[in-house]
Design a binder for this molecule. Structure first.
Ligand code: FAD
Length: 473
């Protein structure tokens, strides 16, 4: 007997629910395991940006890891249904599929399709909730309904027991994994093609993910609550890219954090765990509002007439708004495919409340660029900033980009790193360079309007317009 383990955004060999259950099944039934990933042609057609390149390299690192442990693994290239049917047809004695399923979006649609194919072919399947500490329907109010507001959700969430990491014996896995000669092996070629001559990244794979977690807990966790909002400090874990691709399991992260030595009051630890709960929360909100990539969770605001001005959108995307902190955030995104959380909030607020641009345009741009793109968290973050979500920032509390800049990047270190035109601007002026006198501009080698843009909008005026836009509904 053989069971198939279908890998998706869970590219690891440790603490992997479906894989761990598959190894147990193989032991009990003296069965074989067929491990595979389906590379969808549509995925390769899209313009390969950071997000895709990061994923391709992660996939390659995973295959290398399997090879190093002598674990047979197949990378299959083709449409979902076609590949599933091929596996059923070509893998001898296949009678079970195991995979960690998706609860939302494209992933859920694909899973539903595959389940239909399996049923039609009378192949059994076991699916698992592996990607979140608590799946969307695990945390419920007393009346059985799902939460919409974070604070009561977190209270209930924190009381629930968290699953332990699942150990996997790689020797046993190696012994029962099978390679099927009769299968076309075009996936590996396609992957190589996509990776091309890209420079090999260091921030990929299981080993890098574990190292990142350990360094974070050793060096930064204690002060996380103090430094997580200061982008120049790099005080956050940077685990999101690993969680997104599943090179680390959320249970491993949670239990590792919980087991670290107690620090006075444990505020860093508690603050960090609350962030992990936000991740679960937004997944749950997405389950309740599956159409939220297109429409506001808060019905009242679905009739807002957002602006779609192309010039403004371009300035925002390129980091040329004239507000240094906003521009630094956008340039970090463009250069690294990642942006610090404080900057995600500032840039999203700027797009929606200063430029009055449609939040969907910003959501789509982040989706294109972020290596850690998670639909639930991204839509949730955008609807929060645009004040149209289930638990958003109130529409009248508009972020002031200058105040935010002074508070969270007081020395302008982060700005200077990503906006080199402002490198020699005095710290007194770095947050509002348009206030420099012509002498100061010359001295800083930065002429406003020539080397760096004038502010493209007046924040105070735009703030009033944004509030009026909401009040008018
Ligand atoms: P840390 O501060 O170290 O947090 C640890 C982990 O907790 C993160 O890796 C992440 O998994 C989770 N987390 C932290 N904050 C949040 C949050 N607000 N919502 C949900 N999960 C959180 N996060 C994504 O993973 N993917 C996205 O596409 C995404 N888009 C966002 C868009 C906007 C407009 C905003 C405001 C936030 C978005 N976030 C998103 C949340 C957050 O910005 C990132 O998770 C965080 O910056 C990742 O860096 P880190 O791993 O160093 O975070």
């Amino acid at each position: 007997k053989t069971a198939a383990v279908w890998f998706r955004r869970d590219l690891r060999l440790q603490d992997h629910t479906a894989l761990s259950e598959a190894v147990k099944w193989a032991e009990e039934h003296n069965g074989k395991l067929f491990l595979f990933f389906q590379l969808n042609p549509a995925f390769l057609e899209k313009p390969a940006d950071f997000r895709h390149h990061y994923f391709f390299q992660t996939l390659k690192a995973f295959m290398d890891n399997c090879r190093d442990h002598k674990i047979a693994f197949h990378l299959m290239y083709g449409e979902t249904e076609e590949i599933m049917e091929m596996v059923i047809e070509k893998v001898p004695e296949i009678n079970l599929f195991l995979f960690n399923e998706d609860e939302t979006g494209y992933g859920k649609e694909r899973d539903d399709k595959v389940k239909r194919v399996l049923k039609e072919n009378e192949v059994d399947y076991w699916t698992f909730q592996d990607h979140f500490l608590h799946g969307a329907r695990e945390v419920k109010k007393q009346d059985g309904s799902l939460y919409k507001v974070y604070t009561p959700y977190y209270k209930a969430w924190s009381k629930l027991e968290k699953k332990q990491p699942a150990e996997i014996d790689l020797k046993k896995l190696s012994a029962c994994s099978v390679s099927i000669q009769d299968l076309p092996d075009t996936g590996a070629e396609k992957l190589e093609e996509m990776i091309g001559s890209l420079e090999e990244r260091e921030d990929i794979g299981e080993e890098a993910a574990l190292k990142t977690l350990k360094e974070f807990t050793d060096e930064k966790l204690e002060d996380y609550h103090k430094k997580r909002d200061l982008p120049a400090e790099a005080g956050t874990s940077r685990l999101s890219r690993y969680l997104k691709t599943g090179t680390i399991s959320i249970r491993t992260v949670y239990h590792h954090i919980m087991q670290t030595e107690d620090h006075p009051q444990d505020t860093g630890k508690e603050t960090f765990i609350k962030e992990l709960a936000w991740r679960d929360f937004y997944n749950m909100v997405y389950v309740q509002f599956p159409n939220s990539v297109k429409e506001e969770a808060d019905k009242r605001y679905r009739s807002i007439k957002w602006n779609t001005d192309k010039e403004r959108l371009k300035a925002w995307k390129e980091g040329k708004t004239g507000y240094p902190i906003v521009d630094a955030g956008m340039r970090q995104l463009n250069e690294e495919g990642w942006m610090h959380n404080r900057l995600r909030m500032i840039t999203a607020s700027f797009l929606t409340k200063d430029y009055l641009l449609d939040w969907r345009l910003g959501e789509a741009y982040f989706a294109e660029k972020l290596v850690d793109y998670e639909p639930g968290s991204n839509i949730g973050g955008w609807q929060w900033a645009a004040s149209v979500g289930t638990d958003p920032v109130p529409y009248f509390r508009v972020f002031n980009p200058v105040t935010q800049s002074k508070k969270f990047d007081p020395d302008g270190e982060y700005i200077k790193k990503y906006v080199p035109e402002l490198r020699d601007v005095d710290v007194k002026r770095i947050h509002e360079p348009w206030k420099m006198s012509s002498g100061e501009q010359k001295e800083a080698g930065c002429i406003i309007g020539t080397d760096y843009p004038e502010p493209t909008v007046n924040h105070s005026e735009q703030r009033v317009k944004a509030i009026e836009m909401f009040q008018g509904i």
